[in-house]
Design a protein around this ligand. Structure first.
Ligand code: DOR
Length: 305
């Protein structure tokens, strides 16, 4: 058998398969389908210091081979998040699955405030992921993460506020330069990619199919783009990468590993098949076995170019 343990910037995971933020509830919703602690890690939905209402409905639309969303980072705020999900997440962590808490903000100060609250109230968090790439909020999100200077500023401000592993989630633009900027500010790992900005028009009503004219596109349609972005980031930095984008099979996950990802997150596939993540793990392990290695780490970045 193949050793599947990996180290994502100080987050030691039993295997590389995670779930992507916002597509997996906060984990407990899936316990009726399988033992969630089989996964390497879960990433919780982004949480801000104060509660956010999110965007008006409709917030999701199905496209050919893709989903589009304009959720707008609806969340209950760190205090209510910890109150409502903290016990489950602490138990999950005790069962061996790492919990990554995602941090959202509209400004540098808001990211820091949310991180401070998490730091104080969430001992179960194995690490934190700064979401600087959400395409669905007017301020913060991709407004902050779309330039090397903006991405560096958020990372620099947050870094001294936790000694736990700090991940930064990037948008699929200017990836190499932004990856280098956040690495220089002390990020321990990168997650990429977030959804790709898109729009879909209902031609009968002439209106957007979701409540905002622009939204984020996810799912199989963005997988090849995500693989390319992970490969570019992996060549630009030496910190590990968590690959996200259209993973629905072990082969999809294997592509990310070969392109240079240390971990792989299943997102949109969770919405279509609640068993997607454990299946991806099983298939990834079978692939690694077939490659004749004894340790999955031998395959990270092993793409022959
Ligand atoms: O596509 C996304 N939707 N990416 C994010 O980072 C946040 C989410 C939302 O809540 O809008």
């Amino acid at each position: 058998s193949v050793s599947m343990a990996v180290d994502l910037g100080g987050i030691h995971m039993d295997n590389p398969v995670c779930t992507a933020s916002g597509t997996f509830g906060n984990g407990w919703q899936f316990e009726g389908f399988y033992d969630v602690s089989e996964l390497g890690a879960i990433t919780c939905k982004g949480v801000s210091a104060e509660p956010w209402e999110g965007n008006p409905a409709p917030r999701m639309a199905e496209l050919p081979s893709a989903v589009m969303n304009s959720v707008g980072l609806q969340n209950p705020g760190v205090r209510a998040f910890v109150r409502d999900y903290g016990d489950y997440l602490a138990g999950l962590s005790a069962r061996g699955c790492k919990v990554i808490c995602q941090v959202a903000g509209h400004s540098v100060e808001e990211y820091v405030r949310a991180l401070d609250l998490f730091e104080e109230l969430a001992p179960f968090a194995a690490g934190f992921e700064l979401n600087i790439s959400c395409p669905n909020i007017a301020k913060g999100g991709s407004a902050m993460g779309s330039t090397p200077a903006g991405a560096a500023e958020v990372t620099r401000a947050c870094r001294p506020h936790t000694s736990r592993p700090l991940l930064v989630k990037l948008a699929p633009t200017n990836v190499g330069e932004i990856a280098r900027a956040v690495e220089a500010e002390g990020a321990d790992a990168l997650t990429l990619i977030n959804t790709i900005p898109g729009m879909a028009i209902d031609v009968r009503t002439r209106r957007s199919r979701v409540s905002r004219p622009t939204a984020g596109v996810s799912g199989p349609a963005i997988h090849a783009i995500a693989v390319r972005m992970v490969w570019e980031a992996a060549r630009a930095v030496s910190i590990p990468i968590n690959g996200v984008g259209g993973v629905a099979s072990g082969e999809d996950a294997a592509e990310f590993i070969l392109a240079g990802a240390t971990a792989v997150s299943v997102g949109t596939a969770n919405l279509y098949d609640p068993m997607a993540a454990p299946r991806v793990l099983r298939e990834l392990e079978q692939w690694a076995e077939g490659q004749g290695v004894t340790d999955i780490n031998e395959l990270i970045g092993a793409f022959e170019c």
